[in-house]
Design a protein around this ligand. Structure first.
Ligand code: NAD
Length: 355
Protein backbone atom coordinates (compact mmCIF):
# COMPACT_ATOMS: atom_id res chain seq x y z
CA UNK A 1 0.00 0.00 0.00
CA UNK A 2 1.74 3.19 -1.16
CA UNK A 3 0.18 6.45 -0.06
CA UNK A 4 1.78 8.93 -2.43
CA UNK A 5 1.22 6.63 -5.41
CA UNK A 6 -2.48 6.28 -4.64
CA UNK A 7 -4.60 7.88 -7.40
CA UNK A 8 -6.50 9.65 -4.62
CA UNK A 9 -3.41 11.16 -2.94
CA UNK A 10 -3.82 14.64 -4.48
CA UNK A 11 -1.16 16.44 -2.44
CA UNK A 12 -2.45 15.49 0.99
CA UNK A 13 -0.59 17.39 3.69
CA UNK A 14 -0.49 14.48 6.10
CA UNK A 15 -1.59 10.85 6.19
CA UNK A 16 -1.03 8.93 9.42
CA UNK A 17 -1.59 5.23 10.17
CA UNK A 18 -2.09 3.76 13.65
CA UNK A 19 -2.24 0.15 14.71
CA UNK A 20 -2.83 -0.65 18.38
CA UNK A 21 -2.85 -4.44 18.93
CA UNK A 22 -4.06 -4.08 22.54
CA UNK A 23 -7.40 -2.48 21.61
CA UNK A 24 -7.61 -3.84 18.05
CA UNK A 25 -7.55 -0.32 16.59
CA UNK A 26 -6.40 -0.04 13.00
CA UNK A 27 -7.02 3.44 11.67
CA UNK A 28 -5.93 6.13 9.23
CA UNK A 29 -6.21 9.91 9.58
CA UNK A 30 -5.85 11.93 6.37
CA UNK A 31 -5.43 15.70 6.27
CA UNK A 32 -5.85 17.08 2.79
CA UNK A 33 -5.46 20.82 3.20
CA UNK A 34 -5.42 23.27 6.10
CA UNK A 35 -5.01 26.60 4.30
CA UNK A 36 -8.39 27.81 5.59
CA UNK A 37 -8.21 26.25 9.06
CA UNK A 38 -7.91 22.96 10.95
CA UNK A 39 -9.12 19.85 9.15
CA UNK A 40 -12.57 18.90 10.41
CA UNK A 41 -14.14 15.69 9.14
CA UNK A 42 -15.94 12.60 10.35
CA UNK A 43 -14.54 9.34 11.65
CA UNK A 44 -15.93 6.47 9.57
CA UNK A 45 -15.87 2.87 10.77
CA UNK A 46 -16.28 0.25 8.08
CA UNK A 47 -15.27 -3.34 7.38
CA UNK A 48 -13.02 -2.55 4.40
CA UNK A 49 -12.09 -5.65 2.40
CA UNK A 50 -8.45 -4.54 2.47
CA UNK A 51 -6.26 -1.68 3.71
CA UNK A 52 -5.87 -0.23 0.21
CA UNK A 53 -9.62 0.36 -0.02
CA UNK A 54 -9.59 2.05 3.39
CA UNK A 55 -6.74 4.33 2.28
CA UNK A 56 -8.49 5.22 -0.95
CA UNK A 57 -11.72 5.97 0.92
CA UNK A 58 -10.11 8.19 3.56
CA UNK A 59 -8.13 10.13 0.93
CA UNK A 60 -11.18 10.77 -1.26
CA UNK A 61 -13.35 11.73 1.70
CA UNK A 62 -10.67 13.98 3.19
CA UNK A 63 -10.17 15.82 -0.10
CA UNK A 64 -13.93 16.23 -0.39
CA UNK A 65 -14.02 17.91 3.03
CA UNK A 66 -11.56 20.61 1.90
CA UNK A 67 -13.83 21.48 -1.02
CA UNK A 68 -17.01 21.17 1.05
CA UNK A 69 -15.90 23.51 3.83
CA UNK A 70 -14.43 26.04 1.40
CA UNK A 71 -17.72 26.27 -0.52
CA UNK A 72 -19.77 26.40 2.68
CA UNK A 73 -17.73 29.46 3.71
CA UNK A 74 -16.28 27.83 6.83
CA UNK A 75 -12.82 28.59 8.27
CA UNK A 76 -11.90 24.92 8.05
CA UNK A 77 -9.62 22.62 6.12
CA UNK A 78 -10.37 19.09 4.99
CA UNK A 79 -9.62 15.85 6.77
CA UNK A 80 -11.16 12.52 7.58
CA UNK A 81 -10.42 9.38 9.53
CA UNK A 82 -11.34 5.74 9.08
CA UNK A 83 -11.31 2.89 11.54
CA UNK A 84 -10.92 -0.43 9.75
CA UNK A 85 -13.41 -2.93 11.19
CA UNK A 86 -17.06 -3.87 11.37
CA UNK A 87 -18.77 -1.41 13.73
CA UNK A 88 -21.27 -4.11 14.74
CA UNK A 89 -18.64 -6.57 15.99
CA UNK A 90 -15.29 -4.80 16.26
CA UNK A 91 -16.13 -1.63 18.14
CA UNK A 92 -15.25 -1.43 21.84
CA UNK A 93 -14.67 1.30 24.40
CA UNK A 94 -10.94 0.48 24.41
CA UNK A 95 -10.79 0.85 20.64
CA UNK A 96 -12.56 4.22 20.77
CA UNK A 97 -10.27 5.43 23.56
CA UNK A 98 -7.26 4.45 21.44
CA UNK A 99 -8.80 6.38 18.54
CA UNK A 100 -9.17 9.39 20.85
CA UNK A 101 -5.44 9.16 21.67
CA UNK A 102 -4.65 8.91 17.95
CA UNK A 103 -6.66 12.08 17.19
CA UNK A 104 -5.04 13.84 20.15
CA UNK A 105 -1.55 12.97 18.91
CA UNK A 106 -2.04 15.37 15.98
CA UNK A 107 -2.48 18.31 18.35
CA UNK A 108 -5.64 19.76 16.76
CA UNK A 109 -4.61 19.61 13.12
CA UNK A 110 -7.47 17.13 12.72
CA UNK A 111 -10.85 17.49 14.46
CA UNK A 112 -13.08 14.42 14.47
CA UNK A 113 -16.87 14.04 14.33
CA UNK A 114 -19.34 11.21 13.83
CA UNK A 115 -19.76 9.53 10.44
CA UNK A 116 -21.07 6.24 9.03
CA UNK A 117 -20.41 3.51 11.56
CA UNK A 118 -19.80 5.89 14.46
CA UNK A 119 -22.25 7.79 16.66
CA UNK A 120 -22.44 10.82 18.88
CA UNK A 121 -22.01 8.43 21.84
CA UNK A 122 -18.79 7.08 20.28
CA UNK A 123 -17.49 10.61 19.78
CA UNK A 124 -18.11 11.33 23.45
CA UNK A 125 -15.77 8.41 24.27
CA UNK A 126 -13.10 9.92 21.97
CA UNK A 127 -13.68 13.27 23.65
CA UNK A 128 -12.68 11.77 27.01
CA UNK A 129 -9.15 11.55 25.54
CA UNK A 130 -8.98 14.59 23.28
CA UNK A 131 -10.45 18.08 22.95
CA UNK A 132 -10.42 17.73 19.17
CA UNK A 133 -13.88 16.30 18.65
CA UNK A 134 -16.99 18.12 17.44
CA UNK A 135 -20.69 17.38 17.05
CA UNK A 136 -21.17 16.31 20.67
CA UNK A 137 -22.74 19.40 22.21
CA UNK A 138 -24.63 18.56 25.32
CA UNK A 139 -27.07 21.46 25.03
CA UNK A 140 -30.60 20.20 25.41
CA UNK A 141 -32.09 21.73 22.30
CA UNK A 142 -29.10 22.03 19.99
CA UNK A 143 -26.21 19.71 19.34
CA UNK A 144 -25.32 16.14 18.50
CA UNK A 145 -26.50 14.44 15.32
CA UNK A 146 -26.01 16.76 12.30
CA UNK A 147 -28.10 14.69 9.87
CA UNK A 148 -31.25 16.91 10.08
CA UNK A 149 -29.12 19.84 8.86
CA UNK A 150 -27.64 17.73 6.08
CA UNK A 151 -31.15 16.73 5.02
CA UNK A 152 -32.34 20.34 5.12
CA UNK A 153 -29.44 21.42 2.89
CA UNK A 154 -30.19 18.63 0.42
CA UNK A 155 -33.86 19.62 0.42
CA UNK A 156 -32.96 23.24 -0.37
CA UNK A 157 -30.55 22.00 -3.04
CA UNK A 158 -33.29 19.98 -4.72
CA UNK A 159 -35.49 23.09 -4.76
CA UNK A 160 -32.63 25.13 -6.27
CA UNK A 161 -32.11 22.49 -8.99
CA UNK A 162 -35.83 22.45 -9.80
CA UNK A 163 -35.88 26.26 -9.94
CA UNK A 164 -32.89 26.29 -12.26
CA UNK A 165 -34.33 23.67 -14.59
CA UNK A 166 -38.02 24.45 -14.46
CA UNK A 167 -38.21 28.03 -13.28
CA UNK A 168 -40.16 27.03 -10.18
CA UNK A 169 -38.69 25.69 -6.97
CA UNK A 170 -41.59 23.72 -5.59
CA UNK A 171 -42.32 20.06 -5.22
CA UNK A 172 -45.91 19.74 -6.26
CA UNK A 173 -46.16 16.90 -8.79
CA UNK A 174 -42.43 16.12 -8.42
CA UNK A 175 -41.35 12.48 -8.08
CA UNK A 176 -38.16 11.77 -6.10
CA UNK A 177 -36.36 8.40 -6.17
CA UNK A 178 -34.31 8.24 -2.96
CA UNK A 179 -31.71 5.57 -2.24
CA UNK A 180 -30.74 5.07 1.41
CA UNK A 181 -33.35 5.63 4.11
CA UNK A 182 -30.80 6.19 6.87
CA UNK A 183 -30.43 9.17 9.19
CA UNK A 184 -30.27 11.75 6.38
CA UNK A 185 -32.58 9.89 4.00
CA UNK A 186 -35.43 9.66 6.49
CA UNK A 187 -35.19 13.33 7.46
CA UNK A 188 -35.20 14.17 3.77
CA UNK A 189 -38.25 12.00 3.09
CA UNK A 190 -40.16 13.93 5.76
CA UNK A 191 -39.22 17.29 4.24
CA UNK A 192 -40.03 16.16 0.69
CA UNK A 193 -43.39 14.73 1.70
CA UNK A 194 -44.25 17.93 3.59
CA UNK A 195 -43.32 19.88 0.46
CA UNK A 196 -45.76 17.85 -1.65
CA UNK A 197 -43.43 15.46 -3.49
CA UNK A 198 -44.05 11.78 -4.20
CA UNK A 199 -41.11 9.84 -2.76
CA UNK A 200 -39.94 6.37 -3.80
CA UNK A 201 -37.36 4.90 -1.43
CA UNK A 202 -35.03 1.92 -1.52
CA UNK A 203 -32.54 0.52 0.97
CA UNK A 204 -30.87 -2.74 1.95
CA UNK A 205 -32.02 -2.45 5.56
CA UNK A 206 -35.58 -3.65 6.25
CA UNK A 207 -35.96 -1.70 9.50
CA UNK A 208 -35.02 1.59 7.84
CA UNK A 209 -37.33 0.81 4.94
CA UNK A 210 -40.25 0.25 7.32
CA UNK A 211 -39.54 3.66 8.87
CA UNK A 212 -39.40 5.25 5.43
CA UNK A 213 -42.75 3.72 4.57
CA UNK A 214 -44.23 5.08 7.81
CA UNK A 215 -43.06 8.54 6.71
CA UNK A 216 -45.05 8.18 3.49
CA UNK A 217 -42.47 6.88 1.01
CA UNK A 218 -43.39 4.20 -1.50
CA UNK A 219 -40.89 1.36 -1.23
CA UNK A 220 -39.20 0.10 -4.39
CA UNK A 221 -36.62 -2.58 -5.15
CA UNK A 222 -33.09 -1.20 -4.63
CA UNK A 223 -32.04 -2.59 -8.02
CA UNK A 224 -34.68 -0.40 -9.70
CA UNK A 225 -34.07 2.90 -7.94
CA UNK A 226 -31.65 4.38 -10.49
CA UNK A 227 -33.89 3.60 -13.46
CA UNK A 228 -37.13 4.76 -11.93
CA UNK A 229 -39.25 7.21 -13.90
CA UNK A 230 -38.67 10.10 -11.48
CA UNK A 231 -37.82 13.80 -11.74
CA UNK A 232 -35.08 13.67 -9.12
CA UNK A 233 -32.72 10.85 -8.19
CA UNK A 234 -31.45 11.39 -4.64
CA UNK A 235 -28.51 9.18 -3.61
CA UNK A 236 -28.41 9.05 0.19
CA UNK A 237 -26.60 5.74 0.78
CA UNK A 238 -22.99 5.04 -0.16
CA UNK A 239 -20.66 6.65 -2.72
CA UNK A 240 -19.96 5.60 -6.31
CA UNK A 241 -23.61 5.22 -7.30
CA UNK A 242 -23.06 7.20 -10.52
CA UNK A 243 -20.86 4.67 -12.31
CA UNK A 244 -20.43 2.84 -15.62
CA UNK A 245 -23.50 0.70 -14.92
CA UNK A 246 -25.86 3.50 -13.90
CA UNK A 247 -24.79 6.70 -15.66
CA UNK A 248 -26.58 5.87 -18.91
CA UNK A 249 -29.75 4.44 -17.40
CA UNK A 250 -30.69 7.12 -14.89
CA UNK A 251 -34.00 8.59 -16.04
CA UNK A 252 -34.29 11.51 -13.63
CA UNK A 253 -33.56 15.01 -14.89
CA UNK A 254 -31.83 15.96 -11.62
CA UNK A 255 -29.37 14.07 -9.40
CA UNK A 256 -29.28 15.62 -5.93
CA UNK A 257 -28.60 13.70 -2.73
CA UNK A 258 -26.55 13.45 0.45
CA UNK A 259 -24.11 10.62 -0.27
CA UNK A 260 -20.43 11.55 -0.43
CA UNK A 261 -18.43 10.79 -3.60
CA UNK A 262 -21.45 9.97 -5.74
CA UNK A 263 -19.45 10.05 -8.97
CA UNK A 264 -17.38 6.87 -9.25
CA UNK A 265 -15.11 8.86 -11.55
CA UNK A 266 -15.09 12.57 -12.59
CA UNK A 267 -15.98 11.54 -16.18
CA UNK A 268 -19.35 10.35 -14.94
CA UNK A 269 -20.18 13.97 -14.11
CA UNK A 270 -19.44 14.96 -17.68
CA UNK A 271 -21.57 12.09 -18.96
CA UNK A 272 -24.50 13.30 -16.85
CA UNK A 273 -24.09 16.76 -18.39
CA UNK A 274 -24.03 15.31 -21.91
CA UNK A 275 -27.25 13.45 -21.13
CA UNK A 276 -28.88 16.71 -19.99
CA UNK A 277 -29.02 15.65 -16.34
CA UNK A 278 -28.38 18.39 -13.78
CA UNK A 279 -26.05 17.12 -11.06
CA UNK A 280 -25.90 18.93 -7.71
CA UNK A 281 -22.29 18.25 -6.62
CA UNK A 282 -22.37 16.15 -3.46
CA UNK A 283 -19.81 18.21 -1.56
CA UNK A 284 -21.93 21.33 -2.04
CA UNK A 285 -25.42 19.99 -1.39
CA UNK A 286 -24.52 17.86 1.64
CA UNK A 287 -22.65 20.57 3.57
CA UNK A 288 -25.43 21.07 6.16
CA UNK A 289 -23.78 18.52 8.45
CA UNK A 290 -20.33 20.12 8.48
CA UNK A 291 -21.91 23.55 8.93
CA UNK A 292 -23.75 22.27 11.98
CA UNK A 293 -20.74 20.45 13.41
CA UNK A 294 -18.64 23.60 12.97
CA UNK A 295 -21.32 25.75 14.62
CA UNK A 296 -21.48 23.38 17.58
CA UNK A 297 -17.70 23.71 17.99
CA UNK A 298 -17.84 27.49 17.63
CA UNK A 299 -20.54 27.63 20.33
CA UNK A 300 -23.07 28.78 17.77
CA UNK A 301 -26.77 28.04 17.86
CA UNK A 302 -29.42 26.36 15.77
CA UNK A 303 -30.46 29.61 14.08
CA UNK A 304 -26.90 30.23 12.89
CA UNK A 305 -26.63 26.67 11.56
CA UNK A 306 -29.94 27.08 9.71
CA UNK A 307 -28.96 30.44 8.22
CA UNK A 308 -25.68 29.09 6.86
CA UNK A 309 -27.37 25.93 5.57
CA UNK A 310 -29.85 28.09 3.64
CA UNK A 311 -26.95 29.51 1.60
CA UNK A 312 -26.40 26.05 0.04
CA UNK A 313 -29.25 26.70 -2.42
CA UNK A 314 -27.69 30.00 -3.54
CA UNK A 315 -24.24 28.45 -3.91
CA UNK A 316 -25.70 25.69 -6.07
CA UNK A 317 -27.59 28.16 -8.22
CA UNK A 318 -24.35 30.10 -8.86
CA UNK A 319 -22.64 26.82 -9.83
CA UNK A 320 -25.49 25.78 -12.16
CA UNK A 321 -25.45 29.17 -13.92
CA UNK A 322 -21.67 29.16 -14.38
CA UNK A 323 -21.68 25.53 -15.58
CA UNK A 324 -24.30 26.39 -18.24
CA UNK A 325 -22.34 29.44 -19.31
CA UNK A 326 -19.01 27.65 -19.56
CA UNK A 327 -20.58 24.42 -20.87
CA UNK A 328 -18.82 22.40 -18.21
CA UNK A 329 -19.94 19.86 -15.62
CA UNK A 330 -21.26 21.23 -12.34
CA UNK A 331 -18.68 19.29 -10.29
CA UNK A 332 -15.84 20.79 -12.33
CA UNK A 333 -17.19 24.29 -11.72
CA UNK A 334 -17.76 23.62 -8.01
CA UNK A 335 -14.18 22.39 -7.61
CA UNK A 336 -12.85 25.46 -9.42
CA UNK A 337 -14.89 27.75 -7.15
CA UNK A 338 -13.61 25.96 -4.04
CA UNK A 339 -10.00 26.15 -5.24
CA UNK A 340 -10.42 29.90 -5.78
CA UNK A 341 -11.10 30.00 -2.03
CA UNK A 342 -8.61 27.56 -0.51
CA UNK A 343 -5.58 27.55 -2.77
CA UNK A 344 -2.84 30.02 -1.95
CA UNK A 345 -2.21 32.67 -4.62
CA UNK A 346 0.64 30.65 -6.11
CA UNK A 347 -1.50 27.55 -6.27
CA UNK A 348 0.38 25.99 -3.37
CA UNK A 349 -1.55 23.60 -1.15
CA UNK A 350 0.73 21.97 1.34
CA UNK A 351 1.08 24.41 4.20
CA UNK A 352 0.43 22.92 7.61
CA UNK A 353 -0.44 25.90 9.75
CA UNK A 354 -3.25 24.76 12.02
CA UNK A 355 -2.58 23.67 15.56
P1 NAD B 1 -26.77 6.06 7.52
O1 NAD B 1 -25.75 5.01 7.75
O2 NAD B 1 -27.67 6.49 8.62
O3 NAD B 1 -27.74 5.65 6.29
C1 NAD B 1 -27.29 5.04 5.14
C2 NAD B 1 -28.43 4.17 4.63
O4 NAD B 1 -28.03 3.64 3.36
C3 NAD B 1 -28.74 3.00 5.54
O5 NAD B 1 -30.14 2.90 5.72
C4 NAD B 1 -28.18 1.80 4.77
O6 NAD B 1 -28.90 0.60 5.02
C5 NAD B 1 -28.37 2.25 3.34
N1 NAD B 1 -27.50 1.58 2.38
C6 NAD B 1 -26.20 1.21 2.53
N2 NAD B 1 -25.76 0.61 1.41
C7 NAD B 1 -26.78 0.62 0.54
C8 NAD B 1 -26.95 0.16 -0.78
N3 NAD B 1 -25.96 -0.44 -1.45
N4 NAD B 1 -28.16 0.34 -1.37
C9 NAD B 1 -29.16 0.96 -0.71
N5 NAD B 1 -29.08 1.40 0.53
C10 NAD B 1 -27.91 1.23 1.17
O7 NAD B 1 -25.95 7.29 6.92
P2 NAD B 1 -26.41 8.81 6.82
O8 NAD B 1 -25.86 9.55 7.98
O9 NAD B 1 -27.88 8.86 6.53
O10 NAD B 1 -25.58 9.29 5.55
C11 NAD B 1 -25.99 8.92 4.24
C12 NAD B 1 -24.96 9.38 3.23
O11 NAD B 1 -24.82 10.80 3.31
C13 NAD B 1 -23.55 8.80 3.45
O12 NAD B 1 -22.92 8.64 2.20
C14 NAD B 1 -22.86 9.89 4.24
O13 NAD B 1 -21.45 9.84 4.05
C15 NAD B 1 -23.46 11.13 3.59
N6 NAD B 1 -23.45 12.29 4.47
C16 NAD B 1 -24.05 12.24 5.68
C17 NAD B 1 -24.04 13.38 6.50
C18 NAD B 1 -24.71 13.38 7.84
O14 NAD B 1 -24.94 14.46 8.40
N7 NAD B 1 -25.09 12.23 8.39
C19 NAD B 1 -23.41 14.54 6.06
C20 NAD B 1 -22.82 14.57 4.78
C21 NAD B 1 -22.85 13.42 4.00
Amino acid sequence: MSTVNSPSFDNHELVVFREDPKSGLKAIIAIHNTNLGPALGGCRMYAYANDGLALDDVLRLSRGMTYKSALAGLPLGGGKSVIIGDPATHKSRELLLAMGDFVDSLGGKYISAEDSGTSVADMKVLASRTAHVSGINNQQKYGGDPSPFTAHGVYLGILAALRHRRGRGNLSGVKVALQGAGAVGRNLISLLKKGGATVFASDVNAVNLAQAEALGAEIVDNARITTLDADVFSPCAMGGIINDDTVDVIRAEIVAGAANNQLAHPEHGERLRQRGILYAPDFVINAGGIIDVYMQRANGNQLQSEAKTKAIGDTLTAIFVRADKEEKGTAVIAEALAEERFLLPDGQRAVMRAS
